[in-house]
Design a protein around this ligand. Structure first.
Ligand code: ZN
Ligand code: ZN
Ligand code: ZN
Length: 424
């Protein structure tokens, strides 16, 4: 049986009309004043071929127009976005999610029985409470380790960018800056990721993105507990403004008694000290790379031992004395005005500025020199930010056109720090 729009006309009550699309946060974009255009029965669903209501919208400035590709029944059956077909809850391909949750459904992939299955599912959806997903997904087990580690917790708007300009690739685009398409090198056609298609994504088979993600999971590092067994403190980074002491306590107390929680709100991190080493070890194991509180993925690291800090500090002093002064830099920089009252790492004030090498994530990050929060003095290269912090971009005017700054160290190259080439 052919399942084209023509073949479907005999069964018009089967067509799908809807008021609002089912979309993920990424596809919706960051523009709160979205204008959604709607075309009833505008196209056939790319999975079940039934005509459905197509929505079109622009997800933000300099983004491409997006539209829904599959019908809402198909989207609900798999709990995926109608446009990108990624899982609505975890932002992951169906193949990854289903492997993680050990889901197996019996959705027919050929035209035979497809319509019958579709109707059954619709009936089931109409009967159920609308809270639990239908079909195999509704019977899924609790989220797995893999799902927690791979889940996307923030929207990824880059995915909404325009497509690559095919004229530019051939060297023929004459539109220059005006061109609405991206002037970028296309992905290598031999790259397995170049071969993605909507059906494989939907059914969760042979999806190259899923393979890549699952490989990433198997090669994820583990957090080794430090040899010094007196260390019972964990560093928790990336708190944002949604995670505070209460949230941390509510989560961490399950692993054992907590001696103290010290939140350094300015740096959006905290130090959680347990009374026993065993509790700290369990907490690190259960939280590393997979702790998500209030939608924020948190970084977990071990605290440092006292002895280690001493030697590291001496090394840093050495390093500092070997450096030549940088012209244009104020001679003495103010020491940060506040000290945290609960200094677990017994650190003294840090040398005012580190000129060589990446800033190591040692000790509480309140040690970052104060001027890093404002624009640096002209000519000053900043060390890269510690992990978890936004890369610092030199403010406009720091690098005048044509000025080639002298590099102290490759990691201080502003182009590697996330700065763009816009000044060149
Ligand atoms: Zn469909
Ligand atoms: Zn989407
Ligand atoms: Zn172009």
């Amino acid at each position: 049986m052919a399942s084209s729009k023509g073949a479907n006309t005999y069964n018009r009550q089967n067509w799908e009309d809807s008021e609002f699309p089912i979309l993920c946060q990424t596809c919706l974009g960051d523009n709160p004043y979205l204008r959604m255009m709607k075309e009833p029965y505008g196209k056939e669903c790319k999975i079940c071929a039934r005509p459905f209501t197509v929505f079109r919208w622009c997800p933000g400035a300099r983004m491409r127009f997006k539209k829904t590709e599959v019908c809402q029944t198909c989207s609900k059956i798999k709990n995926v976005c109608q446009t990108c077909l990624l899982d609505l809850e975890y932002g992951l391909p169906v193949q990854v999610r289903d492997a993680a949750l050990k889901i197996q459904d019996n959705m027919p992939k050929s035209d035979v029985n497809k319509e019958y299955y579709q109707q059954n599912m619709e009936r089931e959806m109409a009967l159920n409470d609308g809270v639990n997903p239908s079909g195999a997904l509704g019977k899924a087990m609790a989220p797995s380790d893999m799902l927690l580690k791979l889940a996307r917790t923030t929207p990824y708007y880059k995915r909404n960018r325009p497509h690559i300009c095919s004229f530019w690739v051939k060297g023929e685009c004459k539109r220059g800056e005006e061109c609405p398409y991206r002037h970028e090198k296309p992905t290598d056609p031999d790259d397995p990721l170049a071969d993605q298609n909507i059906k494989d994504r939907f059914y969760g088979m042979n999806d190259p993105v899923a393979d890549k993600l699952m490989n990433r999971y198997t090669s994820m590092p583990k957090l080794e507990p430090p040899e010094d067994r007196t260390i019972t403190t964990l560093y928790v980074g990336g708190l944002g403004d949604k995670v505070g002491e209460t949230e941390l306590k509510d989560y961490f107390y399950q692993f054992g008694e907590i001696r103290s929680i010290n939140v350094v709100s300015k740096q959006q991190c905290a130090f959680v000290q347990f009374t026993t080493r065993a509790a700290a070890e369990t907490a690190s194991e259960k939280s590393f790379n997979k702790l998500i509180i209030n939608g924020r993925r948190l970084n977990i690291k071990w605290g440092k031992s006292q002895g280690q800090i001493g030697t590291e500090r001496e090394e840093k002093e050495e390093e500092r004395h070997n450096l030549a002064p940088v012209p244009g830099l104020p001679g003495a920089l103010p020491i940060p005005p506040e000290e945290i009252s609960n200094n677990f790492f017994n650190l003294g004030p840090m040398p005012p500025m580190q000129l060589r090498g990446p800033m190591p994530p040692r000790g509480p990050p309140h040690m970052i020199p104060m001027f890093m929060r404002g624009p640096p003095p002209p000519g000053v290269r900043l060390p890269p930010p510690p992990p978890g912090m936004m890369p610092l971009r030199p403010p406009p005017g720091v690098m005048p056109r044509g000025h080639v700054p002298q590099m102290h160290y490759p990691s201080q190259d502003p182009n590697r720090m996330g700065a763009t080439m816009q000044n060149r």
